[in-house]
Design a protein around this ligand. Sequence first.
Ligand SMILES: O=c1nc[nH]c2c1ncn2[C@H]1C[C@H](O)[C@@H](COP(=O)(O)OP(=O)(O)OP(=O)(O)O)O1
Ligand SMILES: [Mg+2]
Length: 198
Amino acid sequence: MKEIIIATKNEGKAKEFKVLFERYGIKATSLLDLEQELPDIEETGSTFEENSALKSEGIANILQIPVMADDSGLVIDALDGEPGIFSARYAGEPKDDKKNIVKVLENLKDVPTEERTARFVCVLSVSIPGETTIFKKGYCEGTIAFEEKGSHGFGYDPIFIPDGYNQTMAELGPGEKNKISHRRNAMVQLEDWIQNLR
Ligand SMILES: O=c1nc[nH]c2c1ncn2[C@H]1C[C@H](O)[C@@H](COP(=O)(O)OP(=O)(O)OP(=O)(O)O)O1
Ligand SMILES: [Mg+2]
């Protein structure tokens, strides 16, 4: 079976990539699956693209094989785009999904439904040693709920209601999420590259 390394230590992402790549007959291996302990890469960039490239290039340079990375986050209009690239550590270190959700709900407590628009953003980067890194960006539009609901997924899924639904991403579950997510929307743009993977 063909294999791709995903430079992530996020269990939720790793799980989704396994399912998304399985459809193409490819095994997605995350850093959580590797015996070799790889360094935590500091996300010091100022864009999703820069941070994704730091991860894919950093790990590709060490392993000397093709590596994909995902830098993603939640962009909320009423918060001028926050938490954005700071989504993982919005409520401080160490990163904590639950505290991040509490902080978003608190910041939006006086914001009415029609002004709670937001989108998930995912930038995928693929780095092959000796080649230029390629990027694909996917979005998922929605609104921020007034309370958390649902137990599937990870991160901000319990407070994100995708457009066209009246349940949160965490209520919808993986089958539906993998049809409409920002991650899926970025991945479909990589299909040609994926087909040529050896
Ligand atoms: O589908 C999603 N559903 C809910 N929340 C999500 C999603 N996608 C990204 N997010 C949130 C989680 C985290 O707060 C941040 C990603 O931060 P990001 O740096 O890309 O990932 P991370 O540090 O968790 O793992 P890693 O860098 O090892 O891939 O955006
Ligand atoms: Mg990260």
